[in-house]
Design a protein around this ligand. Structure first.
Ligand code: SAH
Length: 373
């Protein structure tokens, strides 16, 4: 017996992909625009509700496709208005998405992978291990879910103005699914955000940064966290593969190819680890010639971590040193930590396939017992 082809989830396709899809079923490419507006402006996922789509086309769509956003397991609202959604994926996995309202903007922090494979020693997602990449539908679906829950309207009620790919996972290791999702965030037929208001955050995957510059004009955030290779290797093991000098050169190239894009460096301040005046001065040397901003993030603790947040006074001193030397540096206010929604606290539910979570727990236990590094 002939097997029916599986239904394609149209949320996996950006505008270009959807145009190709319509062509493949013998329809005009502009149909893609109609469909995008139904899904992303009106939140309609049932072809029946698409009143300007004729009966014949509707039948064709129903035979070949579905529109399937991910399901929400729960929504939690923090005392400061920060909202976190736990998004259900297949097979018992789940990821987290966080909305951070501010007086002049609303930022959504989106996950790109179930867990993470990079093992940064100060990040709680690393303790969860890694399961898989998210699909485009699962990434843009997080924006879709938040927009619906917030009553976001692209015209009258823009609750959502910025998206940062700073949730769980390393977005550049899921390049092929992240790029179409970021295209939809910036497409006027979908969420219509300005290029600069979509930010991809990376632990420093040099070839990925170069590849990104070829296809996208989004803002780039780079997780630096240390001014020397020796220290950065301890915090971000990926530094062994792509040391600081190579990373800085890649950021420079990104700015040359994408002169309108913003580059921000993230620096999580951990007590006694990377928060001394000499670290601040090292950072100044590194960033002086790169038109960029520095975002200082007070470390957010999580169960089992060996790191602590720097004192307020130390953070202020650090900021003063870099600012007096001419860098633009802001301190990220901690938001949503009463619901575990702050940076580095997102864990979701990861069915670890790498055994990394148990290795990580064992390493932390040994370190806590004073054995090894
Ligand atoms: N993988 C990407 C995006 C995810 S993390 C990246 O590495 O950039 C988003 C930011 O939060 C990164 O700068 C990350 O280093 C930082 N972060 C991770 N754990 C943290 C913690 N416990 N406290 C504060 N910031 C943390």
């Amino acid at each position: 017996m002939e097997q029916a082809a599986p239904l394609i989830n149209l949320m996996n396709l950006d505008r270009h992909g959807l145009e190709d899809y319509f062509e493949s079923i013998g329809e005009k490419r502009y149909r893609a625009h109609q469909l995008l507006k139904w899904i992303y402006h009106h939140g309609v996922t049932d072809f029946l509700g698409m009143t300007d789509v004729g009966k014949k086309l509707r039948a064709k769509l129903e035979a070949t496709a579905v529109i399937r956003p991910p399901k929400v397991l729960f929504q939690k609202v923090s005392s400061d208005g920060t909202t976190k959604w736990l998004i259900e994926l297949d097979g018992g996995n789940a990821v987290e998405t966080v909305y951070i309202p501010e007086p002049t903007r609303g930022t959504l922090c989106v996950s790109s992978q179930v867990g993470c494979s990079l093992n940064c020693t100060f990040c709680s997602t690393a303790t969860q291990g890694f399961n898989r990449n998210l699909s485009t539908a699962e990434i843009i679906g997080q924006v879709w879910v938040a927009a619906r829950a917030l009553g976001h309207d692209a015209k009258d009620n823009r609750r959502l103005t910025n998206v940062v790919m700073m949730g769980m996972g390393e977005p550049l290791l899921n390049f092929d699914n992240v790029v179409p999702a970021m295209n939809l965030m910036r497409d006027d037929f979908a969420f219509g955000l300005a290029n600069k208001r979509v930010t991809l955050s990376t632990a420093g995957l040099v070839p990925g940064i170069d590849k990104l510059s070829e296809v996208c004009d989004v803002s780039l955030a780079v997780s630096l966290h240390a001014p020397t290779d020796e220290l950065r290797e301890q915090l971000v093991p990926l530094n062994k593969k792509y040391p600081i000098a190579e990373l800085m050169a890649a950021c420079q190239r990104y700015l040359e190819t994408r002169p309108r894009a913003n580059v921000t460096f993230e620096y999580t301040l951990m007590k006694g680890i990377n928060d001394r005046p000499e670290h601040a001065r090292g950072l100044v040397k590194l960033l002086r010639r790169l038109p960029s901003k520095l975002n200082l993030i007070p470390f957010n603790p999580f169960p089992g971590t060996r790191y602590e947040r720097s004192d307020e006074e130390t953070i202020r001193q650090f900021q003063t040193i870099v600012m007096e030397a001419g860098l633009i540096a802001t301190v990220r206010r901690t938001r949503g930590d009463d619901i575990d929604a702050a940076c580095g606290q997102l864990v979701g539910t990861v069915l670890d396939r790498t055994r990394r979570s148990s290795q990580h727990r064992a390493a932390v236990a040994l370190a806590d017992a004073g054995v090894g590094a």
